[in-house]
Write a protein of this length. Structure first.
Length: 234
C-alpha cells in the first residue's frame, strides 16, 4: 500500500535534484561566458593597456592571483549564509579570472587553444558522467587529490619563479589533467550528497548551487589551461 507514496517521493527527489543540477550548470555557464568575455576584451580591446600594466609592475599579475584566491575563500564562507553575495562574488571572480587567463591565452596559437578547449570539454564531460553515475564512494580519492593540489601549487610557483623549466611545466600540466579530471568526478558525486543533506531548504540550496558551480568552474578552467600548455608544445 505504501509503494505509490514511495514512488512519488522518489520522483519528487529526482526532480528536485535535476533542478539543482540545472541551477549549478546555469551558474557554471554564466561563469565561463563571463570569463570568455573579459578575456576577449583584454586580448582585443584593452591589450596594450593590460600588458603595459603587467610590464610596469612585476607583481601586478601576482596581486591579481591573490585577489582570486581571496574571492574563492570568500565564496566558500558565504555560499550557504548569503547566496546573493556568493553569486555576486562568483560573477566577480569569473570576470577577474578571465583577465588572468588572457595572459596565458596570448602566449599560444588559436589552434592550441581550440584543441585545449575540445580536450578539456571531453574530459570534463566524461568525468562528470562517471561522478554522477558511479556507486563507488569517491571521498577518499577527492581528499587525496585536494592534498596533491596543494603540493602542485607549490611546484607551480617554484617552477614559475625559480626553475622556469619547460620539462617541469609539461610534467605539471600532465599531473594537473589527472588531478582535475579526478576532482571533476568527485565534485559531481558531491552534488547529489549536498542535495540529499539539505533538500527542502531552498535558501541553502541556492548558496550550494553557487559553491558547486565554483568547484566545477575551477575544474574546467584548470583542465583547459593544462591542455593548452600541453598542445602548445607542438
Amino acid at each position: 500500500m505504501n509503494q505509490p507514496s514511495f514512488n512519488n517521493t522518489a520522483s519528487t527527489n529526482e526532480h528536485g535534484l535535476s533542478q539543482f543540477y540545472a541551477r549549478i550548470y546555469g551558474y557554471l555557464g554564466i561563469g565561463i561566458a563571463l570569463s570568455a568575455l573579459s578575456s576577449f576584451l583584454m586580448m582585443n580591446v584593452f591589450y596594450e593597456q593590460f600588458i603595459g600594466m603587467l610590464t610596469q609592475s612585476r607583481f601586478s599579475f601576482l596581486m591579481l592571483w591573490v585577489a582570486e584566491i581571496a574571492l574563492v575563500i570568500y565564496l566558500g564562507r558565504k555560499a550557504t549564509t548569503n547566496p546573493t553575495m556568493a553569486l555576486a562574488g562568483f560573477i566577480a571572480y569569473s570576470l577577474l579570472n578571465g583577465v588572468t587567463i588572457s595572459v596565458t591565452l596570448a602566449l599560444y596559437s588559436q589552434a592550441s587553444v581550440t584543441k585545449g578547449f575540445i580536450a578539456a570539454a571531453l574530459t570534463f564531460g566524461s568525468m562528470a558522467i562517471v561522478g554522477a553515475t558511479t556507486k563507488k564512494d569517491l571521498s577518499a580519492m577527492g581528499q587525496a587529490l585536494r592534498s596533491m593540489l596543494i603540493g602542485l601549487i607549490v611546484v607551480i610557483l617554484v617552477n614559475g619563479f625559480i626553475l622556469q623549466s619547460s620539462a617541469a611545466d609539461l610534467f605539471i600540466s600532465i599531473v594537473m589533467v589527472a588531478v582535475f579530471a579526478g576532482l571533476t568526478a568527485y565534485d559531481h558525486q558531491m552534488i547529489r550528497r549536498y542535495y540529499d543533506q539539505v533538500q527542502g531548504d531552498e535558501a541553502t540550496l541556492k548558496g550550494l548551487a553557487v559553491f558547486c558551480a565554483l568547484q566545477l568552474y575551477l575544474d574546467f578552467i584548470n583542465l583547459l589551461l593544462a591542455f593548452i600548455r600541453i598542445f602548445g608544445r607542438d
